[in-house]
Design a protein around this ligand. Structure first.
Ligand code: ZN
Length: 582
């Protein structure tokens, strides 16, 4: 029996203490409205207005009104609402990041309260808290606000009069984005009363997305348009009038499908929109972006929403297959073609018949293999190694690269004719640090996935862990975030929130160090350490030291290091990039 220590607090007590409510708002604590106002500076000589380090503009509410009315007229109410919701979401998420960076030590309640205050400062609306409470560690959130004098309503009413539907779309987006970035999970606000429907003031209620009943009512507004058919339908709708029925599009963040794409940032939305457009066609698609940015997931989704969905999706990592075997791998072998080819077998092209062939790390193909691939793309016929018969193949090729293929062409390492064959429909996927708005949604999606997979009940993250994840630069991109959360789920105790020590456990970053913001409020020092720890971040890569040592011994000559390890240059550089060493 452990001795009872009067100073010991139980986890439950700690969690109760960590639960915060609107009662805890300290009007005098940072950031106050005055602090926020001081972060706003006008620089008329060079035509700039700043809020912290973000450039702002001062424009007429009526200009926003005209833009908004035009959007509704052009796109239809559903599309315009979705667009404004997402734009508002991004603004809210940015503001949360600004507050976190500028006042890293502020009490969470005041930091949360800063969102509505910034909206007030911006002249957009005058929020008044009715009640809110949240517990980041438990992932619980409830907020209830009066939203007085919303400028969005003024403009909506001026253009369309009083109607039947609430109209503070950008406000809903802003509040949801701010709270999601603050909590590290998807929070959705609903406007339960609105001046645009004749109420005296608007009322916004926020909850975790999965706690709302009827998510199909509004959560699709947070997802980019999912189908060309939807756009056509929306264009055919009257701009304003009878409320359009929701199309039942599950937002990315809620979908339980393993390969569901998760994100809300503009670059993510753009990429997703592009795969929606190209999916119905047979066009070749070329994804570019750093390792771990989700190229294969996008390729799978492209396949799944294409008319080829019922046929196979076959993925080949060109960098993982030695040059000597790639031809046999792609095109198959006839018996007796070479020593060891004791039976005939089909290659990946044949196995993808009628479906999609995904060629990852296409730049690592040898010049010879590039020529064979070009021929297959041009003639839609292949020949097995050692065979004499041509086989017709109906395969959509989707390629991906994490290096600049144009530069490879210029350097003479990639065939220009093949590049133009592949580059029919290019889609760029940015690194995760350039789409931070997506991090809270990804955190929640991975937490749920690994919680289910490992049968662990992990409710959420500590505020420190949320802060660390939202500021980390993720050299390994989405894959690294995924690995960190998987590790966190495994490391955290029963019913214990995931803390920084559960996430970052590399040698250099000892568990006792924790994370602390640097002088500028960013986690510079630790982020740099964590960046160097690339190998641990990827998990399951025990030989990082071996590659690093070979590289150092070869004075960073990749070809020489590759020779020393008995690898091709392409394999070596692929592995180095995966390990974050190149
Ligand atoms: Zn309203």
């Amino acid at each position: 029996m452990p001795r009872t220590d009067p100073n010991r607090v139980t986890l439950a007590q700690l969690q109760r203490r960590s639960s915060r409510t609107s009662q805890d708002v300290d009007e005098g604590a940072t950031p106050t409205l005055r602090d926020l106002a001081e972060a706003l500076s006008f620089s008329p000589d060079d035509g700039r207005i700043w809020l912290g380090d973000q450039r702002m503009v001062l424009w007429r509410s009526s200009t926003f009104g005209s833009l908004r009315a035009e959007l509704i007229a052009r796109l239809g109410q559903e599309q315009a609402r979705s667009l404004l919701t997402r734009v508002g979401y991004a603004a809210g998420a940015r503001d949360a990041e600004l507050v976190r960076r500028t006042w890293p030590d502020s009490d969470p309640v005041n930091a949360f309260h800063a969102g509505p205050q910034m909206h007030k400062l911006g002249g957009i609306v005058r929020p008044e808290a009715i009640a809110f409470e949240f517990d980041i560690a438990r992932g619980s959130f409830h907020a209830d606000f009066w939203w007085h004098d919303s400028s969005e309503d003024d403009e909506h009413i001026a253009a369309f009069g009083i109607g039947t539907e609430p109209a503070c779309w950008m406000q809903i987006g802003y509040a949801s984005g701010y709270a999601s970035a603050f909590m590290g999970k998807f929070i959705v606000y609903r406007e339960i009363e609105c001046r645009a429907t004749g109420a005296g003031a608007c009322r916004l209620v926020g909850r975790p997305a999965d706690e709302w009943e009827d998510p199909e009512l509004d959560q699709h507004y947070f997802a980019p348009e999912l189908s060309a058919a939807g756009i056509r339908r929306s264009l055919a709708e009257p701009a304003i009038g009878v409320a359009a029925r929701p199309r039942g599009l599950a937002p990315a963040a809620r979908s339980g499908h393993q390969s569901a794409l998760v994100g809300i940032s503009s670059s993510f939305s753009a990429a997703r929109h592009l795969i929606e457009r190209v999916a119905p066609t047979p066009a070749t698609v070329l994804f570019s972006g750093p390792s771990g940015a989700g190229k294969e997931l996008f390729a799978q989704t492209l396949h799944a929403i294409s008319p080829r969905a019922a046929a196979p999706f076959v993925a080949v990592n060109c960098a993982a297959i030695p040059d000597t075997l790639i031809e046999a791998e792609l095109f198959g072998v006839e018996r007796g073609a070479f020593t060891g080819a004791s039976s005939s077998r089909a290659g990946r092209f044949e196995r993808a018949q009628g479906g999609t062939l995904f060629l990852d790390e296409i730049a690592s193909l040898s010049f010879f293999a590039q020529g064979k691939l070009l021929r297959a793309l041009q003639e839609r016929r292949i020949e097995r190694v050692g065979g004499s018969r041509e086989i017709a193949v109906d395969v959509r090729v989707v390629a991906a690269t994490n290096v600049d293929l144009r530069a490879e062409v210029r350097a003479g390492r990639f065939r220009e004719d093949l590049f133009f064959r592949l580059n029919v429909f290019p889609i760029a996927l940015p690194p995760l640090k350039d789409r931070r708005d997506d991090i809270p949604l990804l955190m929640e999606a991975f937490l749920r996935r690994y919680g289910e997979q490992y049968g662990r009940r992990v409710a959420g993250f500590t505020p420190r862990a949320v802060q660390a994840l939202l500021q980390y630069d993720f050299p390994g991109n989405v894959r690294e975030l995924q690995n960190l959360i998987e590790r966190g789920v495994i490391m955290a105790g029963p019913d214990e929130p995931i803390d920084v020590v559960h996430l970052f456990r590399g040698g250099e970053m000892g568990a006792s160090h924790g994370l602390s913001p640097g002088p500028d409020g960013r986690l510079t020092e630790h982020a740099a350490l964590a960046g160097r720890r690339g190998p641990a971040a990827h998990g399951g890569e025990p030989h990082a030291d071996m590659y690093r040592d070979a590289l150092v011994a070869a004075r960073y000559n990749v070809s020489a290091a590759a020779r020393a390890l008995g690898l091709s240059r392409a394999q070596m550089s692929y592995r180095l990039r995966r390990l974050g060493l190149l």
